[in-house]
Design a protein around this ligand. Structure first.
Ligand SMILES: [Zn+2]
Length: 450
């Protein structure tokens, strides 16, 4: 549906927004109105979709991923390790990535996300070794072909092992090359305003892999170009010790000194913050991409999501890279966030509604997108519809809670900007078996390159 015809998603079985219990009306690429329970749209509609078997959510928004890591899932040499040894094992493999492998990894990860109800994907790509200089161009092409909304971040690493950093020299670039390419990508691909399908953000990888100069220059460039900033921060105690040893301060102090503590920034993980740091993040409006599965797999800890949100920091959900999760399923990730949240806080403090809010509106705020993440009139028509027709749901009384408690994994229908991208649980015009076969052989080729 790309014209101005109207479509009523009528009378859903349940809905994340109680004011839209009678569904929503979509016109073109936007939501036109919410319909109250038992009511009808204000004006006659052109088409109706009977949603009586579906739970209606705003499209889920993923705030952190590394698509290329789908090629190194469950990789034996990296199993059962903490972040730093896990990274140093995998850097050597990732250093051999080429464009064909990245294109397949990106396509597979985006399709997996879409099928789980995700309509906006963020990716943090920071490996630019010899054969992979046009990584972001390749991801833009893939996202546009799939019709998924994408926040692609130009990652970077500039401090290799020879200069006291963690990554090998073969995957680092000099600051000037990184900044020039960042500028080129913004000019070429970054769309502004309501309805943008492709945005570019700047994303030096982490305090232990880029220079202070690159952090500062990235913040300046982001401000002059009006784009967002993203990085990993406060993921492990090792990182805190590294920052104290090298910079003589804690990670958040370093971030602030580099000009990053603002509402232009969203951070992956954000686990090891003290009370004062939580308040400063809240005052600044800096977003946090909470990545529960990854944090559990690597034993990193858990982000103080409730305190951060109460302090004013937007909290979103991220599946993180597929070598530390290892799936790219945002519906499953919501369940992980619920369970981990209840372990840390209590069942009454972390409800299924809270988690759905983090994965939609909270994530959208992290990405600086007021035009997505809710079902409000005027927002983009990005929605996910889930059916409860699997064994796991049988007997469920509360359909919305069932998505998380019974563990939904797959949306039945997904719409991005008014167009159906998933129908009957499957992506339109994609041969999943062929995609998996090509992706698997690309993964094997990457492993064998070592
Ligand atoms: Zn990450």
């Amino acid at each position: 549906m790309t014209d101005n015809t109207t479509l009523w998603i009528r009378d859903p079985l349940d809905c994340a927004d109680p004011d839209a219990a009678g569904g929503i009306v979509i016109q073109g690429t936007r939501i036109l109105e919410k319909v109250a329970a038992g009511a009808k749209p204000k004006r006659p509609v052109d088409n109706i979709f009977d949603a009586s078997q579906h739970v209606l959510l705003p499209g889920l928004v993923n705030t952190h991923h590394h698509f290329y890591q789908t090629l190194t899932r469950a990789y034996s040499p990296a199993l059962n390790k903490e972040l730093f040894p896990w990274l140093t094992t995998l850097y050597e493999v990732w250093a051999n990535l080429d464009e064909e492998q990245l294109a397949l990894a990106s396509e597979l990860a985006m399709v997996e996300l879409l099928m789980s109800g995700c309509t906006t994907v963020a990716d943090h790509h920071y490996v630019f070794s010899g054969a992979l200089l046009n990584a972001i161009d390749c991801q833009v092409e893939t996202a546009q072909r799939l019709g998924v909304r994408a926040a692609l971040t130009r990652g970077s690493m500039s401090v290799g092992q020879e200069d006291g950093g963690l990554p090998p020299q073969s995957v680092v670039q000099d600051e000037r090359t990184i900044l020039e390419d960042s500028q080129r990508l913004i000019q070429r691909y970054h769309q502004r305003g309501d309805g943008a399908m492709t945005t570019i953000a700047l994303a030096p990888c982490s305090p232990f892999s880029v220079s202070r100069e690159l952090m500062q220059e990235s913040a300046r460039l982001a401000e002059t170009q009006d784009v967002r900033l993203h990085t990993h921060l406060a993921e492990t105690e090792d990182e805190t010790a590294y920052c104290q040893r090298l910079f003589g301060m804690r990670p958040l102090d370093y971030l602030e000194e580099c000009g990053w503590l603002s509402n232009r920034t969203w951070l992956a993980h954000g686990i090891h913050f003290n009370d004062d740091e939580v308040k400063r993040l809240g005052r600044a409006g800096t977003g946090i991409a909470h990545c529960p599965s990854s944090n559990m797999v690597l034993g990193s800890g858990m982000c103080r999501a409730l305190e951060l949100e109460a302090a004013g920091a937007p909290v979103g959900i991220g599946v993180d890279g597929s070598a530390s999760n290892d799936h790219s399923n945002l519906a499953s990730e919501m369940r992980q966030a619920l369970l981990l949240g209840r372990l840390r806080y209590s069942p009454s403090q972390v409800t299924h509604e809270d988690i759905i809010r983090w994965a939609t509106r909270g994530s959208a705020h992290c990405l600086g997108r007021p035009d997505i993440g809710d079902l409000e009139p005027g927002q983009q028509a990005d929605i996910a519809l889930f059916k409860l027709d699997e064994l796991r749901f049988s007997g469920a009384e509360n359909p919305l809670a069932a998505l998380l408690l019974c563990g939904a994994q797959r949306a039945d229908r997904v719409m991005v900007a008014g167009r159906w991208r998933i129908i009957d649980g499957l992506p339109c015009k994609i041969d999943l078996d062929a995609l998996m076969a090509r992706h698997n052989s690309a993964a094997k080729r990457l492993r064998n390159a070592l």
